[in-house]
Design a protein around this ligand. Structure first.
Ligand SMILES: Cc1cc2nc3c(=O)[nH]c(=O)nc-3n(C[C@H](O)[C@H](O)[C@H](O)COP(=O)(O)OP(=O)(O)OC[C@H]3O[C@@H](n4cnc5c(N)ncnc54)[C@H](O)[C@@H]3O)c2cc1C
Ligand code: HEM
Length: 593
């Protein structure tokens, strides 16, 4: 923070500039510096009535030490003075704010932020610092869009209203952290955060595929922002992100060092394809006339932030969903991911499977026209994020999801794809995926379709690298069959956990070995008429390079559906070039740079 930086906060929809005040704040300067950019309404009025924090100890979430209520909060100062009595007080002159900071450090040491029900005097002081009010709706047309390059031309331009709800930062507490891969040297952590001020009424809606959020924290005395792909939840309550901990990564390292209860700020959700747009602060702040500035707040009012905002967030569609389909699903989706590039794919997989579980036909059978194919590139088997989960979902997805792993540094007994993802690997993979709809796969195809059962490899590797490591995921907690059936996160898990095979019985896909007739019936899925394979059965025997197919590049133009690619930049450029040489264009393709 330097002299040119903004010191803006929002209180009850009004924008307050604390630049000249934070250093003399009777409650301490650090408190105010830690809330810059956020909505301080609840902190300022100390309205705890709306505070429900899931998963964490609520007594701690009150942010006020047990012996300190809003009524006697000044007793903290009194106690501090008591403690200081009899001790030699430093002769060095100290500002009041700095002095209070010292007190806060001692008394609020286990609490992220001290709140205070401010007096009328404080409210009037705040009124002198108001510089404007928050624009409730900022229209896209009024915003500067600097980076509209060719990558974004395929995105349909809609007049999307951007609500201040997504632009303001809100405060969240770390409520759990777990590891989701098996590489102790390059871990990927699952962080769960819960909103500090939950009002229980405003629901901003669940995250959709393509959503990302911005997370902000003070790292080494500077404000750092990073984007992450939320996998579960909604910003009005809690969210889960997977973060790769880079050995020299500023934010990821810092986040990984934090303990449960650590507070960060987050805002969003934003659409990943809108990333290059920037929202000028000036468009978000409406200047106030001098008369309007004389607003006096009512400290007795119970504030429920943003309750004034009407309507829902623009979350009904995102660029990763199919705008032509009522449920947003793609009939056929090809996903190519590398490393943490898996996160938007996990969003897509979850979304598609949830949607298909909603649809049953007249005979109470699940009806689906969707197929998802994931090609997941990693260096080593222990780098694979959520490997066991993906395997379980693929096996129980009634043939809707196939996962193919490609390892550039595989174990010696690895029978799946090897090397960095390149044009040949993509071609072979696509051919196999397209041809297996009408086939009973042979053994080698089944290996690929069933992800080459990486569970065994993962377990072996995790025993070597860390005996206590249990890959975890927000999609799946317990793995017994019983719990799978009832877990709300697993609505799409099949009632049978037997591996499914794909047979050429007209348009029916069914389980080979049902437990009983009822479960057999449950497994039957009507896949609908649309899925026509591009290649004939004889062309797709295994993943080995087939010369017939290698020359059939023009056929890729017939591919129905969408290809979405996400991963490290090196992989993206190789894959982008390969796909363009194969004839795919912007209509088929989304590359998440
Ligand atoms: C829309 C969007 C969504 C994202 N979602 C996720 C997500 O779900 N999970 C996630 O872990 N990250 C995600 N990221 C990346 C994330 O925003 C950060 O860039 C990442 O966490 C690194 O931040 P850092 O401060 O730790 O590293 P920095 O301090 O910024 O970088 C330090 C060093 O780390 C290494 N490094 C950093 N980023 C990368 C990279 N992408 N590839 C290879 N090396 C790198 C480099 O060696 C770099 O020099 C997303 C980014 C965007 C734009
Ligand atoms: C710009 C906005 C703010 C103004 C003008 C302001 C002003 C004041 C004033 C005048 C006091 C003295 C006590 C009183 O009159 O109530 C005070 C105390 C305090 N304020 Fe603020 N404040 C602001 C924001 C905040 C925020 C955002 C927080 C917390 C996140 C906070 C926390 C405190 C605390 C903990 C005290 C000390 C209570 C005590 O122990 O005596 N203030 N503030």
């Amino acid at each position: 923070m330097n002299e040119y930086s903004a010191y803006l906060v929002v209180c009850d929809g009004l924008v307050v500039d604390m630049r000249n005040f934070y250093s003399v704040h009777p409650g301490g300067s650090q408190i105010l510096l830690s809330v810059i950019g956020t909505d301080i309404t609840n902190d300022f009025y100390n309205s705890h009535a709306d505070k429900v924090i899931e998963d964490i100890d609520c007594s701690k979430s009150l942010l006020i030490p047990n012996d300190t209520t809003s009524k006697n909060s000044s007793s903290v100062l009194a106690k501090h003075m008591e403690l200081l009595q009899g001790r030699k007080i430093s002769q060095k002159r100290m500002s009041v704010a700095k002095f209070i900071d010292n007190i806060n450090v001692r008394y609020y040491s286990r609490e992220p932020l001290a709140q205070h029900a401010h007096s009328r005097f404080a409210i009037q002081k705040m009124a002198t610092m108001i510089i404007g009010k928050v624009n409730e709706k900022v229209c896209e047309n009024g915003l500067v869009i600097p980076g509209d390059g060719p990558n974004h031309q395929n995105i349909e331009r809609k007049s999307v209203e951007i609500y201040t709800k997504s632009i303001k930062f809100h405060r969240y507490k770390l409520t759990s952290k777990k590891m989701v891969n098996a590489n102790v040297k390059y871990p990927v952590m699952n962080f769960t955060f819960s909103k500090v001020h939950q009002d229980g009424k405003v629901n901003t809606g669940k995250f959709l595929p393509g959503h990302y959020i911005e997370v902000q924290s003070r790292v080494n005395n500077q404000i750092v922002n990073r984007s992450y792909t939320p996998l579960e939840g909604c910003l009005s309550k809690s969210f889960i992100i997977y973060v790769k901990i880079y050995p020299r990564g500023l934010f990821s390292q810092y986040l990984n060092e934090q303990l449960i209860g650590y507070e960060i700020q987050a805002r969003g959700p934003f659409d990943v394809c809108d990333r290059n747009r920037s929202y000028l602060a000036s468009t978000m702040i409406e200047p106030l006339s001098p008369a309007q500035k004389k607003i006096i707040f009512s400290p007795t009012k119970l504030y429920t932030p943003y309750s004034r905002l009407i309507g829902t967030l623009p979350t009904t569609k995102t660029s990763l969903l199919n705008a032509d389909s009522p449920d947003g699903c793609w009939d056929e989706l090809y996903m190519i991911a590398g490393g943490t590039g898996i996160t938007p794919m996990l969003q897509l997989i979850k979304y598609h499977l949830e949607q298909s579980m909603k649809q049953k036909n007249d005979n109470d059978k699940y009806v689906t026209y969707k197929r998802m194919h994931l090609l997941f590139g990693n260096r080593k088997i222990e780098d694979v994020i959520d490997g066991e989960l993906l395997e379980d979902i693929a096996l129980s997805s009634r043939g809707q999801l196939t996962v193919t792993y490609c390892l550039s540094d595989p174990p010696t007994d690895w029978g799946g794809l090897r090397g960095r993802i390149n044009k040949q690997i993509i071609k072979d993979w696509m051919n196999l995926m397209q041809s297996t709809f009408l086939l009973t796969p042979n053994k080698s195809q089944m290996n690929v379709l069933q992800s080459h059962s990486i569970r065994h490899n993962i377990n072996m590797q995790s025993q070597i690298s860390s005996p206590t490591l249990e890959p975890q995921s927000p999609f799946m907690q317990p793995q017994s069959e019983e719990t799978l059936k009832i877990s709300p996160n697993l609505q799409y898990i099949s009632e049978t956990m037997l591996p499914l095979s794909i047979e050429s019985k007209g348009s029916i896909i069914q389980s080979e070995q049902p437990y009983d007739n009822q479960k057999y019936e449950d497994c039957i899925i009507d896949v609908g008429p649309k899925l026509e394979p591009v290649f004939s059965a004889k062309n797709s025997k295994s993943l080995a390079i087939d010369p017939d197919l290698a020359n059939a590049e023009e056929s890729y133009g017939l591919l129905q559906g969408k290809i979405i690619v996400s991963g490290p930049s090196g992989m993206l450029s190789t894959v982008e070039q390969a796909l363009s040489e194969m004839g795919f264009n912007e209509q088929n393709l989304i590359i998440l740079h």
